[in-house]
Design a binder for this molecule. Sequence first.
Ligand code: SAH
Length: 213
Amino acid sequence: MIDTYRTKGLRKQLEEELKNKGIKDDNVLDAIANVPRHYFVPKSLFEHAYTDTPLPIGCKQTISQPYTVAKQSELLDIKKQLRVLEIGTGSGYQAAILRYMGAFVYSIERQRDLYEQTKKLLQNLSISVASKHGDGYNGWSEFAPFDRILVTCGAIELPRSLLEQLKINGILVAPIGESEQIMTKVVRLSDTEFETTTHGSFRFVPMLKDAQI
Ligand code: SAH
């Protein structure tokens, strides 16, 4: 894995582009400028690593568009040492961004091959993320409750099971919908009260039930 002046420069340009598209959180922009996205895309797509577009990562899955990663990270209001549960590890890029921002990241992936491949990659890069192969609908009860929960695949409806693993005053961000998803932010106000706001439409691969063996 090589990070050159050129790839650093391309990241700076991407940071500017996301700023122009409305991302304001300096910590998010800083993470985009520092985490090498080209480590997380297949070698053959290296030249496209810093364009603001999703890319295929094998197993019929995609690494999210940088704008989407930045938007979800901004909505989560990440602070150092918060415990964040991510559903859909995929390439590991979003997890690496959250870790760079100082969060403790717990990430679940349902596709076994992808889970294994990404676990190795994160280890090789010395990025410390707790990862698990399983169905994200079940959350990760051993480590619950979480300060933040991030869903990076499209769920047809808000996964209630995950809301139960959210701390009071915690934030969950999830794209909800079938062919197109509405970015939804939920703040847990009390044991039983939740405040929901929406933040534009996006396109994600579907959140599927049951882990793939
Ligand atoms: N955060 C990823 C985005 C990957 S795309 C990144 O930065 O690259 C979404 C991922 O969610 C896919 O890898 C898909 O396999 C996974 N996924 C879909 N349904 C899931 C479920 N129920 N539990 C866990 N992961 C799931």
